[in-house]
Design a protein. Sequence first.
Length: 457
Amino acid sequence: MLTTRIDTDPLPLFQTFDFAQRRALVAAVSGGSDSLALLLLTKDWLARTAPDVRLVAVTVDHALRPGSAGEAWQVARICARHGISHRILRWTGPKPATGIPAAGRLARYRLLAEAARLEGTDVILTGHTADDQAETVLMRAGRLAEKQDARGLAGMATVTLFEGETWIARPLLGARRETLRDFLRNRHEDWLDDPTNVNETFERPRMRAALGRDDDRRIATALADAASAAHNRRRLGEEAAALIRTHATYPCPGLIRLAPDFAKAAPDAAVYALRILLGAAGGASHLPDLARAQTVFARIVEERFCATLSRTVIDARKQGIFLRREARHLPAPAAPVEDAVWDGRFRLHVTGGAQDLTLAPTGMAAAKTQEIDAVAAPASLARAARATLPRLWREGEYLGGLEAPVSLHGVSGAPVVGPWALFLPGFDLAPAAVTAGLIGAKSHPPPPLAGHIASKA
Ligand SMILES: Nc1ncnc2c1ncn2[C@@H]1O[C@H](COP(=O)(O)OP(=O)(O)OP(=O)(O)O)[C@@H](O)[C@H]1O
Protein backbone atom coordinates (compact mmCIF):
# COMPACT_ATOMS: atom_id res chain seq x y z
CA MET A 1 0.00 0.00 0.00
CA LEU A 2 1.30 3.47 -0.86
CA THR A 3 2.51 5.09 2.32
CA THR A 4 2.87 8.70 1.14
CA ARG A 5 1.26 11.03 3.66
CA ILE A 6 -0.96 12.63 1.06
CA ASP A 7 -3.25 13.84 3.84
CA THR A 8 -0.80 16.69 4.31
CA ASP A 9 1.47 16.57 1.28
CA PRO A 10 0.36 16.26 -2.35
CA LEU A 11 3.93 16.90 -3.51
CA PRO A 12 5.03 13.35 -4.38
CA LEU A 13 2.02 12.93 -6.64
CA PHE A 14 2.24 16.30 -8.38
CA GLN A 15 5.98 16.85 -8.75
CA THR A 16 5.97 15.22 -12.20
CA PHE A 17 3.85 18.12 -13.46
CA ASP A 18 4.29 21.77 -14.22
CA PHE A 19 1.00 23.63 -14.40
CA ALA A 20 2.40 27.10 -13.77
CA GLN A 21 2.28 28.00 -17.49
CA ARG A 22 -1.43 27.23 -17.71
CA ARG A 23 -4.10 29.80 -17.07
CA ALA A 24 -6.49 27.19 -15.67
CA LEU A 25 -6.93 23.46 -15.02
CA VAL A 26 -10.10 21.47 -15.53
CA ALA A 27 -10.57 18.70 -12.96
CA ALA A 28 -12.91 15.94 -14.17
CA VAL A 29 -14.97 15.16 -11.09
CA SER A 30 -17.61 12.43 -11.09
CA GLY A 31 -18.00 12.76 -7.32
CA GLY A 32 -16.48 9.33 -6.65
CA SER A 33 -13.70 9.02 -4.08
CA ASP A 34 -10.85 9.18 -6.64
CA SER A 35 -11.90 12.32 -8.42
CA LEU A 36 -13.01 14.07 -5.23
CA ALA A 37 -9.57 13.39 -3.72
CA LEU A 38 -8.03 14.65 -6.96
CA LEU A 39 -9.98 17.88 -6.69
CA LEU A 40 -9.00 18.62 -3.10
CA LEU A 41 -5.37 17.62 -3.57
CA THR A 42 -5.11 19.78 -6.69
CA LYS A 43 -6.62 22.73 -4.85
CA ASP A 44 -4.00 22.35 -2.09
CA TRP A 45 -1.21 21.91 -4.61
CA LEU A 46 -2.15 24.99 -6.61
CA ALA A 47 -2.54 27.08 -3.46
CA ARG A 48 1.04 26.21 -2.58
CA THR A 49 2.75 26.30 -5.96
CA ALA A 50 0.69 28.22 -8.53
CA PRO A 51 -2.02 30.34 -6.86
CA ASP A 52 -2.75 32.21 -10.11
CA VAL A 53 -3.87 29.05 -11.91
CA ARG A 54 -7.67 28.79 -11.81
CA LEU A 55 -9.17 25.43 -10.88
CA VAL A 56 -12.49 24.49 -12.48
CA ALA A 57 -14.29 21.27 -11.65
CA VAL A 58 -16.43 19.75 -14.40
CA THR A 59 -18.97 16.97 -13.98
CA VAL A 60 -20.38 15.24 -17.02
CA ASP A 61 -23.95 14.06 -16.68
CA HIS A 62 -24.16 11.16 -19.12
CA ALA A 63 -27.94 11.04 -18.59
CA LEU A 64 -27.85 7.25 -18.72
CA ARG A 65 -29.15 6.51 -15.23
CA PRO A 66 -32.00 8.03 -13.29
CA GLY A 67 -30.43 10.17 -10.61
CA SER A 68 -27.33 11.15 -12.58
CA ALA A 69 -28.42 14.81 -12.70
CA GLY A 70 -28.93 14.82 -8.93
CA GLU A 71 -25.45 13.40 -8.40
CA ALA A 72 -23.95 16.13 -10.56
CA TRP A 73 -25.70 18.68 -8.32
CA GLN A 74 -24.23 17.01 -5.25
CA VAL A 75 -20.78 17.58 -6.73
CA ALA A 76 -21.77 21.20 -7.35
CA ARG A 77 -22.61 21.58 -3.65
CA ILE A 78 -19.27 20.06 -2.56
CA CYS A 79 -17.43 22.45 -4.88
CA ALA A 80 -19.42 25.43 -3.59
CA ARG A 81 -18.44 24.47 -0.03
CA HIS A 82 -14.78 24.56 -1.05
CA GLY A 83 -15.05 27.72 -3.13
CA ILE A 84 -14.19 25.89 -6.37
CA SER A 85 -15.90 26.84 -9.67
CA HIS A 86 -17.97 23.99 -11.01
CA ARG A 87 -19.80 23.24 -14.25
CA ILE A 88 -22.17 20.46 -15.19
CA LEU A 89 -22.14 19.35 -18.82
CA ARG A 90 -24.79 17.01 -20.13
CA TRP A 91 -24.36 14.40 -22.85
CA THR A 92 -27.31 15.29 -25.03
CA GLY A 93 -26.41 13.58 -28.29
CA PRO A 94 -28.16 10.44 -29.55
CA LYS A 95 -27.09 7.35 -27.58
CA PRO A 96 -25.98 4.33 -29.63
CA ALA A 97 -27.80 1.00 -29.24
CA THR A 98 -24.53 -0.82 -28.49
CA GLY A 99 -21.08 0.25 -27.28
CA ILE A 100 -22.51 2.71 -24.75
CA PRO A 101 -19.40 2.72 -22.48
CA ALA A 102 -17.05 3.63 -25.35
CA ALA A 103 -19.43 6.22 -26.80
CA GLY A 104 -20.01 7.71 -23.34
CA ARG A 105 -16.28 7.92 -22.71
CA LEU A 106 -15.65 9.71 -26.01
CA ALA A 107 -18.55 12.08 -25.38
CA ARG A 108 -17.22 12.76 -21.87
CA TYR A 109 -13.74 13.66 -23.08
CA ARG A 110 -15.17 15.83 -25.88
CA LEU A 111 -17.24 17.75 -23.32
CA LEU A 112 -14.29 18.06 -20.94
CA ALA A 113 -12.02 19.25 -23.77
CA GLU A 114 -14.63 21.80 -24.78
CA ALA A 115 -14.82 23.03 -21.17
CA ALA A 116 -11.02 23.29 -21.10
CA ARG A 117 -11.03 25.33 -24.32
CA LEU A 118 -13.59 27.71 -22.85
CA GLU A 119 -11.37 28.18 -19.78
CA GLY A 120 -8.37 28.91 -22.02
CA THR A 121 -6.48 25.79 -21.00
CA ASP A 122 -5.40 22.53 -22.59
CA VAL A 123 -5.23 20.43 -19.41
CA ILE A 124 -7.86 18.10 -17.97
CA LEU A 125 -7.00 16.27 -14.75
CA THR A 126 -8.56 12.88 -14.07
CA GLY A 127 -8.59 10.79 -10.91
CA HIS A 128 -7.21 7.52 -12.33
CA THR A 129 -5.43 5.67 -9.55
CA ALA A 130 -2.86 2.89 -9.18
CA ASP A 131 -5.80 0.50 -8.73
CA ASP A 132 -7.27 1.62 -12.09
CA GLN A 133 -3.86 1.12 -13.68
CA ALA A 134 -3.52 -2.42 -12.30
CA GLU A 135 -7.07 -3.27 -13.47
CA THR A 136 -6.32 -1.87 -16.93
CA VAL A 137 -3.11 -3.82 -17.50
CA LEU A 138 -4.52 -7.07 -16.09
CA MET A 139 -7.58 -6.79 -18.35
CA ARG A 140 -5.34 -6.13 -21.33
CA ALA A 141 -2.99 -9.00 -20.40
CA GLY A 142 -6.04 -11.28 -20.38
CA ARG A 143 -6.82 -10.29 -23.98
CA LEU A 144 -3.23 -10.29 -25.23
CA ALA A 145 -3.06 -13.91 -26.36
CA GLU A 146 -5.35 -13.12 -29.29
CA LYS A 147 -3.53 -10.03 -30.48
CA GLN A 148 0.09 -10.39 -29.42
CA ASP A 149 0.69 -6.64 -29.43
CA ALA A 150 2.19 -5.94 -26.03
CA ARG A 151 1.94 -2.13 -26.32
CA GLY A 152 -1.26 -2.10 -24.27
CA LEU A 153 0.51 -3.61 -21.27
CA ALA A 154 2.02 -0.18 -20.61
CA GLY A 155 -1.38 0.84 -19.25
CA MET A 156 -2.30 4.49 -18.90
CA ALA A 157 0.32 7.18 -19.37
CA THR A 158 0.87 10.05 -16.95
CA VAL A 159 -0.26 12.33 -19.76
CA THR A 160 -2.31 11.50 -22.85
CA LEU A 161 -3.05 13.89 -25.68
CA PHE A 162 -6.71 13.90 -26.70
CA GLU A 163 -7.63 14.85 -30.28
CA GLY A 164 -4.22 16.43 -30.76
CA GLU A 165 -5.09 19.39 -28.53
CA THR A 166 -5.96 18.63 -24.93
CA TRP A 167 -3.79 16.91 -22.33
CA ILE A 168 -5.36 14.40 -19.99
CA ALA A 169 -3.11 14.44 -16.90
CA ARG A 170 -3.32 11.76 -14.22
CA PRO A 171 -1.62 12.88 -11.01
CA LEU A 172 -3.04 10.02 -8.92
CA LEU A 173 -1.66 7.11 -10.96
CA GLY A 174 0.82 6.49 -8.14
CA ALA A 175 -1.80 6.50 -5.37
CA ARG A 176 -3.86 3.57 -4.08
CA ARG A 177 -7.61 4.08 -3.85
CA GLU A 178 -7.77 3.19 -0.16
CA THR A 179 -5.11 5.79 0.66
CA LEU A 180 -7.17 8.42 -1.12
CA ARG A 181 -10.27 7.33 0.77
CA ASP A 182 -8.37 7.62 4.07
CA PHE A 183 -7.43 11.14 3.04
CA LEU A 184 -11.11 11.97 2.45
CA ARG A 185 -12.23 10.31 5.68
CA ASN A 186 -9.66 12.35 7.60
CA ARG A 187 -11.17 15.46 6.11
CA HIS A 188 -14.74 14.27 6.76
CA GLU A 189 -15.54 14.42 3.06
CA ASP A 190 -18.25 12.12 1.70
CA TRP A 191 -18.04 10.80 -1.82
CA LEU A 192 -20.64 9.32 -4.17
CA ASP A 193 -20.71 5.65 -5.09
CA ASP A 194 -21.42 5.02 -8.77
CA PRO A 195 -23.51 1.80 -9.07
CA THR A 196 -21.90 1.05 -12.48
CA ASN A 197 -18.57 0.53 -10.70
CA VAL A 198 -19.93 -2.58 -8.96
CA ASN A 199 -22.05 -3.89 -11.84
CA GLU A 200 -20.18 -7.07 -12.65
CA THR A 201 -21.76 -7.48 -16.07
CA PHE A 202 -18.95 -5.11 -17.14
CA GLU A 203 -15.34 -6.29 -17.39
CA ARG A 204 -13.73 -3.62 -15.22
CA PRO A 205 -16.00 -4.05 -12.17
CA ARG A 206 -15.41 -7.82 -12.44
CA MET A 207 -11.65 -7.26 -12.42
CA ARG A 208 -12.01 -4.71 -9.60
CA ALA A 209 -13.93 -7.20 -7.49
CA ALA A 210 -11.40 -9.96 -8.20
CA LEU A 211 -8.50 -7.69 -7.26
CA GLY A 212 -10.27 -6.56 -4.10
CA ARG A 213 -10.29 -10.14 -2.93
CA ASP A 214 -6.54 -10.55 -3.59
CA ASP A 215 -3.64 -9.34 -1.54
CA ASP A 216 -1.70 -6.25 -2.58
CA ARG A 217 1.07 -8.24 -4.18
CA ARG A 218 -0.82 -8.87 -7.43
CA ILE A 219 -1.44 -5.15 -7.83
CA ALA A 220 2.20 -4.30 -7.06
CA THR A 221 3.37 -6.83 -9.67
CA ALA A 222 0.93 -5.50 -12.26
CA LEU A 223 2.17 -1.95 -11.65
CA ALA A 224 5.83 -2.96 -11.93
CA ASP A 225 5.08 -4.85 -15.17
CA ALA A 226 3.23 -1.79 -16.52
CA ALA A 227 6.19 0.47 -15.72
CA SER A 228 8.56 -1.83 -17.54
CA ALA A 229 6.19 -2.19 -20.54
CA ALA A 230 5.87 1.62 -20.64
CA HIS A 231 9.65 1.95 -20.71
CA ASN A 232 9.89 -0.55 -23.59
CA ARG A 233 7.07 1.11 -25.50
CA ARG A 234 8.67 4.53 -25.17
CA ARG A 235 12.06 3.20 -26.29
CA LEU A 236 10.55 1.39 -29.28
CA GLY A 237 8.66 4.57 -30.15
CA GLU A 238 11.86 6.59 -30.10
CA GLU A 239 13.59 4.06 -32.35
CA ALA A 240 10.62 4.10 -34.74
CA ALA A 241 10.69 7.92 -34.70
CA ALA A 242 14.39 7.89 -35.60
CA LEU A 243 13.71 5.55 -38.53
CA ILE A 244 10.86 7.73 -39.81
CA ARG A 245 13.08 10.81 -39.52
CA THR A 246 15.93 9.25 -41.48
CA HIS A 247 14.03 7.14 -44.02
CA ALA A 248 10.64 8.72 -44.74
CA THR A 249 9.77 11.60 -47.05
CA TYR A 250 6.49 13.00 -48.32
CA PRO A 251 7.16 13.62 -52.01
CA CYS A 252 3.62 14.76 -52.78
CA PRO A 253 0.28 14.98 -50.95
CA GLY A 254 -1.05 11.59 -49.90
CA LEU A 255 2.13 9.66 -50.73
CA ILE A 256 4.75 8.56 -48.20
CA ARG A 257 8.09 7.27 -49.44
CA LEU A 258 10.51 5.14 -47.45
CA ALA A 259 14.10 4.80 -48.67
CA PRO A 260 14.84 1.25 -49.88
CA ASP A 261 17.25 0.50 -47.02
CA PHE A 262 14.33 0.85 -44.57
CA ALA A 263 13.76 -2.83 -45.35
CA LYS A 264 17.08 -3.62 -43.68
CA ALA A 265 16.36 -1.77 -40.41
CA ALA A 266 15.93 -3.57 -37.07
CA PRO A 267 12.56 -5.33 -37.47
CA ASP A 268 10.89 -4.39 -34.17
CA ALA A 269 11.35 -0.65 -34.61
CA ALA A 270 10.81 -0.78 -38.38
CA VAL A 271 7.52 -2.68 -38.05
CA TYR A 272 6.34 -0.14 -35.48
CA ALA A 273 7.37 2.74 -37.78
CA LEU A 274 5.60 1.03 -40.67
CA ARG A 275 2.39 0.57 -38.65
CA ILE A 276 2.37 4.23 -37.65
CA LEU A 277 2.95 5.38 -41.23
CA LEU A 278 0.24 3.02 -42.46
CA GLY A 279 -2.05 4.61 -39.86
CA ALA A 280 -1.30 8.05 -41.28
CA ALA A 281 -1.49 7.05 -44.96
CA GLY A 282 -4.69 4.98 -44.67
CA GLY A 283 -6.55 6.77 -41.88
CA ALA A 284 -7.89 3.46 -40.49
CA SER A 285 -9.34 3.57 -36.99
CA HIS A 286 -6.59 1.43 -35.42
CA LEU A 287 -2.97 0.70 -36.15
CA PRO A 288 -2.67 -2.33 -38.42
CA ASP A 289 -2.41 -5.71 -36.80
CA LEU A 290 1.13 -6.50 -35.64
CA ALA A 291 1.39 -9.96 -37.25
CA ARG A 292 0.22 -8.66 -40.64
CA ALA A 293 2.61 -5.71 -40.50
CA GLN A 294 5.45 -8.12 -39.70
CA THR A 295 4.54 -10.21 -42.75
CA VAL A 296 4.51 -7.15 -45.00
CA PHE A 297 7.80 -5.90 -43.59
CA ALA A 298 9.45 -9.27 -44.26
CA ARG A 299 8.47 -8.96 -47.92
CA ILE A 300 9.25 -5.33 -48.76
CA VAL A 301 12.87 -6.29 -49.13
CA GLU A 302 11.78 -7.88 -52.45
CA GLU A 303 12.48 -5.56 -55.33
CA ARG A 304 8.85 -5.51 -56.49
CA PHE A 305 6.15 -6.11 -53.98
CA CYS A 306 2.65 -4.72 -53.72
CA ALA A 307 0.09 -5.40 -51.01
CA THR A 308 -2.78 -3.68 -49.24
CA LEU A 309 -2.95 -3.44 -45.48
CA SER A 310 -5.10 -1.23 -43.33
CA ARG A 311 -6.61 0.70 -46.28
CA THR A 312 -3.10 1.43 -47.54
CA VAL A 313 -1.33 0.25 -50.68
CA ILE A 314 2.29 -0.65 -49.98
CA ASP A 315 4.23 -0.51 -53.20
CA ALA A 316 7.89 -1.53 -52.95
CA ARG A 317 10.03 -0.75 -56.00
CA LYS A 318 13.63 0.05 -56.79
CA GLN A 319 13.01 3.79 -56.05
CA GLY A 320 11.62 3.12 -52.60
CA ILE A 321 8.68 1.81 -50.61
CA PHE A 322 5.56 3.93 -51.27
CA LEU A 323 2.49 4.09 -49.06
CA ARG A 324 -0.83 5.56 -50.18
CA ARG A 325 -4.52 5.29 -49.34
CA GLU A 326 -6.20 2.58 -51.40
CA ALA A 327 -8.95 3.78 -53.75
CA ARG A 328 -11.71 1.61 -52.23
CA HIS A 329 -14.20 2.70 -49.56
CA LEU A 330 -13.43 6.41 -49.70
CA PRO A 331 -16.09 8.69 -48.21
CA ALA A 332 -19.19 9.32 -50.29
CA PRO A 333 -19.65 12.91 -51.53
CA ALA A 334 -21.09 15.04 -48.73
CA ALA A 335 -21.20 18.61 -47.45
CA PRO A 336 -18.09 19.48 -45.39
CA VAL A 337 -18.77 19.58 -41.65
CA GLU A 338 -16.82 21.72 -39.19
CA ASP A 339 -14.29 19.72 -37.14
CA ALA A 340 -15.12 16.42 -38.83
CA VAL A 341 -12.19 14.21 -39.82
CA TRP A 342 -12.52 13.30 -43.48
CA ASP A 343 -11.52 9.70 -44.12
CA GLY A 344 -9.47 9.60 -40.90
CA ARG A 345 -6.86 11.78 -42.64
CA PHE A 346 -7.93 15.44 -42.79
CA ARG A 347 -9.55 17.52 -40.06
CA LEU A 348 -11.96 19.96 -41.70
CA HIS A 349 -12.34 23.56 -40.76
CA VAL A 350 -15.42 25.22 -42.21
CA THR A 351 -15.89 28.93 -41.67
CA GLY A 352 -18.52 30.06 -44.13
CA GLY A 353 -21.93 28.59 -44.89
CA ALA A 354 -20.98 25.46 -46.82
CA GLN A 355 -24.49 24.30 -47.72
CA ASP A 356 -23.94 24.35 -51.47
CA LEU A 357 -20.46 22.77 -51.28
CA THR A 358 -19.63 19.08 -51.69
CA LEU A 359 -16.49 17.30 -50.61
CA ALA A 360 -15.60 14.19 -52.58
CA PRO A 361 -12.56 12.08 -53.38
CA THR A 362 -10.74 13.44 -56.43
CA GLY A 363 -11.00 10.18 -58.36
CA MET A 364 -8.58 8.86 -60.95
CA ALA A 365 -10.17 10.56 -63.95
CA ALA A 366 -9.72 14.04 -62.42
CA ALA A 367 -6.28 13.19 -60.98
CA LYS A 368 -5.06 12.26 -64.47
CA THR A 369 -6.03 15.60 -65.95
CA GLN A 370 -4.04 17.61 -63.39
CA GLU A 371 -0.41 18.59 -63.64
CA ILE A 372 1.91 16.54 -61.48
CA ASP A 373 4.80 18.57 -60.05
CA ALA A 374 8.23 17.08 -60.48
CA VAL A 375 8.39 14.82 -57.44
CA ALA A 376 10.70 12.15 -56.13
CA ALA A 377 8.08 9.55 -56.95
CA PRO A 378 6.77 7.81 -60.06
CA ALA A 379 4.03 9.96 -61.63
CA SER A 380 1.60 7.03 -61.66
CA LEU A 381 1.87 6.73 -57.85
CA ALA A 382 1.57 10.49 -57.32
CA ARG A 383 -1.66 10.42 -59.39
CA ALA A 384 -3.04 7.40 -57.57
CA ALA A 385 -2.38 9.16 -54.25
CA ARG A 386 -3.97 12.36 -55.50
CA ALA A 387 -7.07 10.45 -56.59
CA THR A 388 -7.77 9.70 -52.91
CA LEU A 389 -7.49 13.31 -51.69
CA PRO A 390 -10.56 15.45 -50.88
CA ARG A 391 -11.77 17.89 -53.52
CA LEU A 392 -14.33 20.63 -53.25
CA TRP A 393 -17.19 20.99 -55.70
CA ARG A 394 -20.17 23.30 -56.13
CA GLU A 395 -23.06 22.07 -58.27
CA GLY A 396 -20.80 20.00 -60.51
CA GLU A 397 -18.18 22.73 -60.78
CA TYR A 398 -14.72 21.74 -59.51
CA LEU A 399 -13.33 24.34 -57.07
CA GLY A 400 -10.01 22.82 -55.98
CA GLY A 401 -8.22 20.36 -53.73
CA LEU A 402 -7.92 20.63 -49.96
CA GLU A 403 -4.34 19.39 -49.63
CA ALA A 404 -2.88 22.91 -49.55
CA PRO A 405 -2.92 24.51 -46.10
CA VAL A 406 -5.16 27.35 -47.29
CA SER A 407 -8.84 27.89 -47.00
CA LEU A 408 -10.85 27.34 -50.16
CA HIS A 409 -14.33 28.90 -50.17
CA GLY A 410 -14.18 28.84 -46.34
CA VAL A 411 -13.11 25.17 -46.16
CA SER A 412 -9.69 23.79 -45.26
CA GLY A 413 -8.42 20.32 -44.43
CA ALA A 414 -5.45 19.84 -42.10
CA PRO A 415 -3.68 16.45 -42.20
CA VAL A 416 -3.89 14.38 -39.01
CA VAL A 417 -1.66 11.47 -37.98
CA GLY A 418 -4.69 9.21 -37.89
CA PRO A 419 -7.56 8.09 -35.69
CA TRP A 420 -5.22 5.70 -33.84
CA ALA A 421 -3.82 8.83 -32.16
CA LEU A 422 -7.22 10.08 -30.92
CA PHE A 423 -6.03 9.24 -27.40
CA LEU A 424 -2.25 9.50 -27.77
CA PRO A 425 -0.42 8.27 -24.65
CA GLY A 426 2.78 10.05 -23.68
CA PHE A 427 4.80 6.95 -24.57
CA ASP A 428 3.88 7.34 -28.26
CA LEU A 429 4.58 11.05 -28.61
CA ALA A 430 7.93 10.69 -30.39
CA PRO A 431 6.75 8.66 -33.41
CA ALA A 432 3.50 10.62 -33.63
CA ALA A 433 5.36 13.96 -33.58
CA VAL A 434 7.80 12.98 -36.33
CA THR A 435 4.92 11.63 -38.44
CA ALA A 436 3.03 14.88 -37.92
CA GLY A 437 6.10 16.79 -39.13
CA LEU A 438 6.37 14.49 -42.16
CA ILE A 439 2.81 14.96 -43.44
CA GLY A 440 2.37 18.57 -42.31
CA ALA A 441 0.00 17.85 -39.41
CA LYS A 442 -0.16 20.19 -36.44
CA SER A 443 2.56 19.63 -33.83
CA HIS A 444 1.41 18.80 -30.32
CA PRO A 445 1.25 21.45 -27.59
CA PRO A 446 3.89 21.23 -24.82
CA PRO A 447 2.94 18.61 -22.22
CA PRO A 448 2.19 19.92 -18.70
CA LEU A 449 5.20 18.11 -17.26
CA ALA A 450 8.16 19.32 -15.23
CA GLY A 451 11.19 20.02 -17.44
CA HIS A 452 13.24 16.95 -16.57
CA ILE A 453 10.24 14.71 -17.28
CA ALA A 454 8.82 16.52 -20.36
CA SER A 455 11.59 15.27 -22.64
CA LYS A 456 10.46 11.73 -21.78
CA ALA A 457 6.70 12.44 -21.81
N1 LIG B 1 -19.20 11.75 -15.12
C1 LIG B 1 -17.98 12.20 -14.99
N2 LIG B 1 -17.75 13.54 -14.94
C2 LIG B 1 -16.50 14.03 -14.84
N3 LIG B 1 -15.40 13.26 -14.77
C3 LIG B 1 -15.56 11.94 -14.82
C4 LIG B 1 -16.85 11.33 -14.93
N4 LIG B 1 -16.68 9.99 -14.94
C5 LIG B 1 -15.36 9.77 -14.84
N5 LIG B 1 -14.67 10.93 -14.77
C6 LIG B 1 -13.22 11.11 -14.65
O1 LIG B 1 -12.56 9.97 -15.19
C7 LIG B 1 -11.81 9.33 -14.17
C8 LIG B 1 -11.89 7.84 -14.39
O2 LIG B 1 -13.19 7.42 -14.17
P1 LIG B 1 -13.67 5.96 -14.49
O3 LIG B 1 -12.59 5.00 -14.10
O4 LIG B 1 -15.03 5.79 -13.96
O5 LIG B 1 -13.80 6.07 -16.03
P2 LIG B 1 -13.30 5.13 -17.16
O6 LIG B 1 -14.28 5.33 -18.27
O7 LIG B 1 -13.03 3.77 -16.64
O8 LIG B 1 -11.95 5.87 -17.47
P3 LIG B 1 -11.19 5.98 -18.84
O9 LIG B 1 -11.14 7.44 -19.07
O10 LIG B 1 -9.85 5.40 -18.56
O11 LIG B 1 -11.95 5.21 -19.83
C9 LIG B 1 -12.42 9.80 -12.87
O12 LIG B 1 -11.49 9.74 -11.80
C10 LIG B 1 -12.80 11.22 -13.20
O13 LIG B 1 -11.67 12.07 -13.11
